[in-house]
Design a protein around this ligand. Structure first.
Ligand code: SF4
Length: 629
């Protein structure tokens, strides 16, 4: 009998229409725990080297963790993964809302989708069954419309839907998958992979509670973790502002990436920060399933570019990416573009980042009006951003180039546009300027999916780790100093593994942000829920195993150690003004420290044989969670 887990996963072949249910093995649960761990394992097993991301055989995998849908704090989250068309590397995204909890309650730990349907379809998952339903009438609808339509035709308003918009239908690589209208996951083009399968949506509705091994202990542990969370410095700030308060932080450090990273200061930031948002547009708090920290909110724009509109899930990313990065200070326009991105199913980071890149290219004469279809590209024009987003989703005119991200644009446009890029490994990082945050910078460079802050999420530069935590990490307390680089190689490697584990349990970054991210804090509730008797040491190894297996996947796809880098702008162009003026990223010494901490070879980028043995990932590893005898 399984506790915590549903105990089975499904393989859905959209070419044949066949649905197979497969029991989960205990070995798999122990080695990879769930979510991101399950996904990397199955991708490693099923994706042959250099398989086209849009090949019908490419698996698109949704998975949840043992804590999903239980009493554990922030347990509504879900993961989705595949090979990313934008980067050619692995991508595994983590989304919020209620979708994850319902997938578990519907009876599945994961769904592996392969093949390609001849006609548009969606999956209806409930009561241990998966039905493939025609979605021809949904093709062309946006992600919010799809949810409403599926709920109406299934006559069930408690269904939760993960869908693609126009961008995913048109196979634009800068897409994600949007659940619960505004919860995005799968940067690098998971939405396009879903579109390539003619799969418009995955709808879930679950009613079966997850059996707990020791319900009283699970309740006690959940209460203890919640009390601990409430003592953490970020708790009250997140409660009040969500992550919108980060605009202040970034500005104080001179690290608010503005005007395509030409500056680290956005002069008009006070016109669009969290305070203005709260006063003018905030309409109520919003939480994902089972979360004691409702950091999200609803908003309204009364008169904007889309007329009047409602939206949800504003975050620091909304303000940074659609504000400072593209130079827009009108908060109404920023929020309008946020709604448009969610409805089109575009990536909230890569889409505006590519637009910012194009605007600078236009400024510098690399792009002309002839190339933009007469559209003048200027920083600060919310209407232009909105128009470009629509063209990206339709892959129309200049939108065809932009839809592929900035690395692909630079390859097409030439003329020195390469120097304006902000991406790592083809994926644009968020608009937190790495020149002001060395650990953040290293995380962008080493992330398994390209420029991403979520792989490491090294919060020690934003509030610090305690002495006992620094000791466990094996780093000096100076890692808390923002511009110090020493200790950050080891610190980033350590936090990457913590996040690999957290994404497998699954817990939210904002709840398990500092102290609660450590396995010593999570092992109690995991054992109370599953009864599997993990130790904290087991969990450290699980995190490290997942990070290393993602590395092996990427190496097999052709990744080289020299790809663990940042674009020239961050390495050679100092920030021109603000508190971090003169800073570039001291990448080399941090990388040296990082590779040593990981036991990865500096010449080949490969994990050492000893490390692979320690993690059970030797050459005999067969990708099924088991080592061949
Ligand atoms: S902290 Fe915010 S994003 Fe995380 S689970 Fe809670 S409501 Fe969702």
């Amino acid at each position: 009998m399984w506790y915590g887990y549903a105990g089975q996963y499904a393989i859905v072949d959209l070419t044949t229409g066949q649905v197979s249910k497969i029991p989960l093995t205990e070995d798999m649960a122990r080695k990879f725990v769930g979510g991101r761990g399950f996904i990397v394992n199955w991708l490693y097993e099923r994706v042959t080297p250099r398989m086209d991301a849009f090949a019908p055989e490419m698996p698109l995998i949704f998975a949840v963790g043992p804590l999903t849908g239980t009493i554990a704090p922030s347990s509504g989250r879900w993961t989705v993964g595949c090979k990313a068309p934008q980067t050619g590397l692995i991508t595994i995204g983590i989304g919020g809302g209620d979708f994850g909890a319902h997938l578990k309650w519907a009876g599945f730990d994961a769904v592996i989708i392969v093949g390609r349907s001849l006609r548009p379809v969606y999956l209806m998952i409930s009561d241990g069954n998966i039905e493939i339903v025609s979605a021809e009438h949904l093709w062309g609808k946006d992600t919010t419309e799809v949810e409403a339509a599926i709920r109406a035709e299934q006559e069930n308003w408690n269904i939760h839907v993960a869908a693609i918009g126009l961008a995913g239908e048109n196979l634009a690589p800068t897409t994600t998958i949007i659940a619960d209208r505004a919860r995005s996951a799968g940067r690098g083009g998971a939405g396009a992979v879903m579109g390539s399968k003619n799969l418009k949506a995955v709808a879930v509705y679950g009613r079966n509670a997850v059996p707990l091994y020791d319900a009283k202990s699970a309740l006690d542990e959940a209460a203890r973790m919640t009390r601990k969370l409430m003592t953490e410095a970020h708790f009250s700030t997140y409660l009040e502002w969500g992550t919108t308060y980060f605009l202040d932080r970034y500005t104080q450090a001179g690290g608010l990436m503005s005007f395509n990273a030409q500056r680290g200061i956005f002069p008009d930031w006070r016109e669009m920060d969290g305070r203005v948002y709260k006063e003018k547009h905030w309409r109520g708090r919003l939480a994902c399933y089972g979360c004691p920290l409702p950091c999200s909110s609803y908003f309204q724009v009364e008169k904007g570019l889309r007329g009047g509109t409602f939206g949800e899930a504003t975050s620091a990313s909304t303000l940074k990416e659609l504000g400072a990065r593209v130079g827009v200070k009108d908060l109404r326009h920023i929020l309008d573009c946020h709604v448009e991105i969610d409805r089109l199913g575009l990536d909230l980071i890569s889409a505006p980042a590519t637009i910012a890149f194009a605007v600078e290219a236009f400024q510098k004469g690399i792009l002309t009006k002839a190339a933009t279809g007469g559209l003048p590209l200027e920083f600060g024009r919310g209407d232009v951003v909105l128009e470009l987003l629509r063209r990206m989703a339709r892959r129309e005119g200049i939108g065809e180039d932009l839809a592929h991200g900035s690395r692909a644009c630079a390859e097409r446009w030439g003329k020195g546009s390469d120097l304006l890029r902000t991406d790592s490994k083809g994926l644009e990082p968020p608009a937190t300027d790495p020149r002001a945050y060395p650990a953040w910078a290293l995380g962008y460079a080493t992330s398994s999916r390209g420029g991403c802050h979520m792989r490491a999420y090294s919060v020690f530069e934003f509030g610090g780790v305690e002495e006992d935590q620094a000791e466990r990490m094996g780093v000096p307390m100076s890692v808390n100093e923002r511009l110090e680089w020493r200790g950050k190689g080891r610190g980033v490697a350590f936090f990457e593994d913590l996040r690999s584990l957290g994404d497998s349990l699954i817990t939210c970054r904002f709840v398990a942000r500092n102290a609660l991210a450590f396995p010593e804090e999570q092992v109690g509730i995991l054992n109370a829920v599953t009864g599997l008797g993990f130790t904290a040491k087991d969990l450290y190894l699980v995190g490290e195993r997942i990070t290393n297996l993602e590395r092996l996947f990427n190496l097999r796809e052709g990744l080289r150690p020299e790809d663990d880098t940042l674009p020239k702008r961050f390495l050679q162009e100092p920030l021109p003004d603000g508190p971090s003026a003169g800073c570039v990223v001291p990448l080399e010494p941090m990388l040296e420290e990082y590779y040593t901490a990981r036991s990865w070879d500096r010449g080949t980028g490969e994990p050492s044989a000893d490390k692979l043995r320690e993690l059970g990932l030797t050459e005999e590893y067969n990708g099924e969670g088991e080592t061949k005898p």
